[in-house]
Write a protein of this length. Structure first.
Length: 552
């Protein structure tokens, strides 16, 4: 099959690129290994823990034994379905902080400063200020991606924001607007009570035209001839096929699978490729390196009143929630239940937030297992900018083999200091008057866990990935040996080949990565089409005036 553009991966960025290229009149073929996203387990926001733990929808990746976490292997779910990880994620919508993108620009990703990317966030969003409050001058109103807020009718959800205010932190009406720092309502990619994935927002509208198609199959390698990408070799039903590109091949296969595919295609560190008998097309030592992620802890409290979502944590309750959603797209199933958030600074001298909170009005693991001690609530908390870096490498030259993933989590003393600070700041928040009517006792870590050594032991055993891997095909200057793509997504050393997903991020952004991944696809689509970028914004983000001397 031939098309102008072959896109590998129907995930967050790939769907956005497919939509924009087909909208411009080009023929587009999207190669996706996963299948349909139909059915309530994906489309019901409240069921978010299910698809992430199903082989049908998840690649099921795990890290290698992590050297600084006692050899623990951590889960690394990636979407294996139309919509990619946007079809199995927690639906939390965070743009990232303005300084994140200015840092990208400083690191060599010219044209990706906050002034450059804000117009793309506005282009991609449909956000209703009348229904949700917030910061209308900073938001988009007619884009494909619907962004909403939950009802916030559980008293624990509002208590979290009030506790933050009582502890002396800022309160922000819109962390995706001018001021990220502070406590605020949390936003989600849902629409009319349904998950609004990149597939629903972008790919399905593109497929309704006559120039965008999806082909099911496993990408084996990019076909490169005389230094130019001309197509993709794939496997489906035990047979090998080829998709040929008139114009370009575009990788959007995730921060795990995009570097894997480059390596299988001969683009990567020459020594590593030689170990697997792969001919070197372009010696790019940065392919698969610079792997970053967010880790988090669940600080759990037992509730003294039956106000949490635990009342639905039984067969009848789950059936009732499911029925309300199936009949009217309403009830608890219509929200991801992450309805309050916070972004704070860990200490004075940090100029923008480096800690994120998700608040959840139930004490439960992210995978939906082990509801703790009945009624309770929890804060997911973790540092945003760990100095630790890992890598994705090949296990073998067989495309069917899973890649080797080593995050190298907690490799620096700063990681441990930051997490201890996260725990202590969270305890202070939960000790405020706003929570007095609801707190029974601390479930985990447990009030007895206080010393640095005790906290370190808890961190080592309980820290989990927030599922935000990125950075493995770093975007930067062409003369930077660790850069994999230039600021327009072109793979350095191979023509007519781009990478457009979260693997290009030079540094991880503040918060969840679905929003920045879609934005990257939106912006890269203009580069692919040869269009002038959207005009830069002159809006100035809010930075705490006393950041040099005050933590809050």
């Amino acid at each position: 099959m031939n098309a102008d553009y072959i896109i590998v991966g129907a995930g967050s960025a790939g769907c956005a690129v497919a939509y924009r290229l087909s909208e411009a009149g080009h023929s587009v073929c999207v190669l996706e290994f996963g299948g349909t996203d139909a059915g309530p387990l994906i489309q019901m926001p409240g069921a978010l823990s299910y698809p992430m733990n199903m082989k049908t929808y998840d690649w099921g990746y795990w890290s290698e034994p992590e050297p600084h976490l006692g050899g623990r292997k951590l889960a690394c779910p990636r979407g294996k379905v139309i919509g990619g990880s946007s079809s199995i994620n927690g639906m939390v919508y965070v743009r990232g902080h303005a300084r994140d993108f200015d840092t990208w620009s400083d690191m060599g990703a010219t044209g990706w400063s906050y002034a450059d990317v804000l117009p793309y966030y506005q282009r991609m969003e449909t956000w209703d200020p009348a229904g949700h409050g917030g910061d209308p001058d900073w938001r988009g109103v007619d884009g494909p991606l619907h962004v909403t807020r939950g009802k916030r009718d559980n008293p624990l959800v509002t208590a979290f924001v009030e506790a933050g205010r009582q502890a002396g932190y800022q309160v922000s009406s819109d962390y995706n607007g001018q001021q990220q720092e502070g406590f605020s309502p949390m936003e989600q990619t849902t629409y009319k009570g349904q998950r609004w994935s990149a597939a629903n927002a972008y790919l399905k509208p593109a497929l309704r035209g006559n120039n965008c198609t999806v082909v099911r199959g496993l990408a084996r390698k990019v076909i490169i001839k005389d230094g130019r990408a001309i197509g993709v070799e794939y496997e489906a039903g035990g047979k090998i096929g080829r998709l040929m590109a008139h114009k370009e091949v575009i990788l959007a296969a995730s921060s795990i699978n995009s570097p894997k595919l480059l390596l299988l295609s001969g683009v990567g560190p020459a020594k590593e490729l030689a170990q697997h008998g792969i001919d070197v097309v372009a010696d790019r030592p940065g392919v698969g390196k610079n792997l970053q992620d967010h880790l988090e802890l669940y600080i759990q409290m037992a509730a003294s009143q039956p106000v949490s979502l635990y009342k639905y944590w039984n067969l009848f309750g789950k059936a009732w929630v499911g029925l309300q959603w199936l009949l009217a797209k309403q009830g608890p199933g219509a929200s991801n239940q992450f309805e309050s958030a916070a972004f704070i600074r860990s200490r004075a001298g940090v100029d923008y937030p480096d800690i994120q909170y998700h608040f959840l009005p139930i004490a439960v693991r992210y995978d939906g297992k082990a509801a703790a001690e009945g009624h309770g609530f929890q804060a997911h908390v973790g540092p945003m900018r760990s100095p630790s870096r890992g890598e994705v490498t090949l296990r073998s030259a067989d495309p069917n083999d899973t890649p080797k993933i080593v995050f190298n989590y907690m490799a620096h003393e700063k990681d441990w200091e930051d997490f201890r600070q996260c725990i202590r700041l969270t305890r202070e928040i939960f000790a405020q008057d706003a929570f007095k009517p609801y707190v029974k006792h601390e479930i985990q870590p447990g009030a007895a866990v206080q010393s640095d050594e005790e906290l370190n032991a808890f961190i080592s055993e309980h820290v989990e990935s927030a599922y935000h891997p990125c950075g493995t095909c770093k975007m930067g200057r062409a003369d930077d040996p660790m850069s994999v793509v230039d600021p327009e997504g072109n793979v350095i050393g191979v023509s007519h080949l781009r990478v457009v997903d979260s693997s290009i991020f030079p540094q991880i952004t503040n918060g969840n990565l679905n929003g920045p991944s879609i934005m990257a696809g939106e912006k890269m689509s203009d580069h692919i089409l040869g269009r002038d970028p959207l005009p830069r914004s002159n809006k100035e983000p809010w930075i705490h005036p006393n950041w040099e001397t005050a933590q809050r």
